[in-house]
Design a protein around this ligand. Structure first.
Ligand SMILES: Cc1ncc(COP(=O)(O)O)c(C=O)c1O
Length: 381
């Protein structure tokens, strides 16, 4: 068993070897620019891009032409929200979102507020859930967008996406969801789930970093959103810039693998996750599990340890690679705003660990982790 054990799959994942194999020829013999229309090199790259577009669409029940490639979910979120704000700003200027969204949503809204946008940040309950009633009460005549993440990256809570989408549509409001953490873990159907725009990212799904996509519903006002990167009118003008063919091929392949393996893999992961969680709960005093236990990501458990100093806790976990909150915010030493929003005090938020399992997690690693966490926590106490 290799140490440290990687239990931070919600921060990023290794590239699946099958994905890597598919990508490699596009660095060398098939190196063409997908926008080169006059020769075989370009056509080969373009065919690969269109094949990947279909693979991604198939995973979420979309049409290939509804997929726009971006550099990741951060850019997809920026494109969705800024692009719609720019489209609507002369008539409507209000967005509804949630306090526990990723910074790639919250900071976009903060930016737009400087330009005249108004945002309502809904406060979730102690499980991280928001209710339809909260949304209904926040809707104004000027609301053009509801943006609610499919599942939270720190606590794993899955929101009632289908119902939120239906409520948005009933009120003639567009619905965007950041599904970065959900792709390949929960079955997504953009039609049944009433989603107009969906952000996704390759590196949470065993594809490379620096590739992602925005799903944009063709038959909705969302399709008129204003591009945020102008240039050579790639991606039908939605996002200019030479396509990252290797990343795109990888993302497509990762989506196809996820579609074929999703059910079995997530069943395996939830069994291992439950074993880890129960092992910690039963063997260590004064611990609590955060998030919505009934409906959350199958590979994740977020656990607070009472009576220990948070920084010491994370530093002491030398043999396991875990996260004390979102990896994307761990550059700052603030307690997690997600944990604070669901009611944890600063001390407990600091002493909280996110364990996230993935494709290469074994039962042996879980058994080791349970014993190891017990030893470390008890020695710190
Ligand atoms: C929910 C969520 N949204 C967006 C992002 C950012 O994605 P990317 O790294 O592809 O920009 C992350 C990454 O942690 C995330 O978890």
């Amino acid at each position: 068993m290799k140490l440290p054990i990687y239990l931070d799959y919600n921060a990023t994942t290794p590239v699946d070897k099958r994905v890597l194999e598919k990508i490699l020829p596009y660095f060398t013999e098939h190196f063409g620019n997908a926008a080169s229309r006059s020769h075989l090199y370009g056509w080969t790259a373009q065919d690969a891009v269109e094949n990947a577009r279909q693979q991604i669409a198939d995973l979420i029940g979309a049409e290939a032409k509804e997929i726009v490639f971006t550099s990741g979910a951060t850019e997809a979120n920026n494109l969705a929200i800024k692009g719609l704000y720019e489209l609507f700003s002369t008539s409507k200027n209000h967005i509804i979102t949630v306090e526990t969204e990723h910074k790639a949503i919250l900071d976009v809204c903060k930016h737009l507020e400087k330009l005249g946008c108004e945002t309502t940040y809904l406060k979730p309950d102690s499980a991280g859930l928001i209710s339809l009633e909260q949304i209904e009460n926040a809707i104004r005549p000027e609301t053009f967008l509801i943006s609610v993440m499919y599942a939270n990256n720190e606590i794993g809570t899955i929101q009632p996406i289908r119902e939120i989408g239906a409520l948005a549509h009933k009120n003639d409001i567009l619905f965007h969801t950041d599904a970065t953490q959900v792709l390949g873990k929960v079955a997504i159907d953009v039609d049944a789930d009433n989603i107009d725009l969906l952000s996704l990212s390759g590196h949470k799904l065993y594809a490379p970093k620096g590739i992602g996509a925005l799903y944009i519903r063709k038959k909705s006002k969302a399709s008129q959103l204003i591009a945020q990167i102008d240039g050579g009118r790639h991606e039908r003008g939605y996002r200019s810039g030479t396509l990252n063919v290797t990343g795109i091929v990888g993302l497509g392949e990762a989506c196809e693998i996820a579609k074929n393996e999703l059910l079995a893999e997530n069943q395996r992961l939830s069994i291992l996750r439950d074993k880890l969680e129960q092992g910690i709960l039963q063997n260590i005093a004064d611990v609590q599990v955060n998030g919505n236990i009934e409906n959350r990501l199958p590979n994740l458990t977020n656990i607070s340890f009472g009576g220990v100093d948070g920084e010491n806790l994370l530093m002491s976990f030398r043999d396991i690679a875990v996260s004390s909150g979102s990896a994307c915010t761990s550059a700052t030493v603030e307690p997690s705003y997600v944990l604070k929003a669901i009611g944890l005090d600063d001390n407990l938020a600091y002493a909280t660990i996110r364990f996230s399992l993935g494709k290469f997690t074994t039962e042996e690693e879980i058994d080791f982790t349970i014993k190891y966490v017990k030893e470390v926590v008890e020695s710190l106490r």
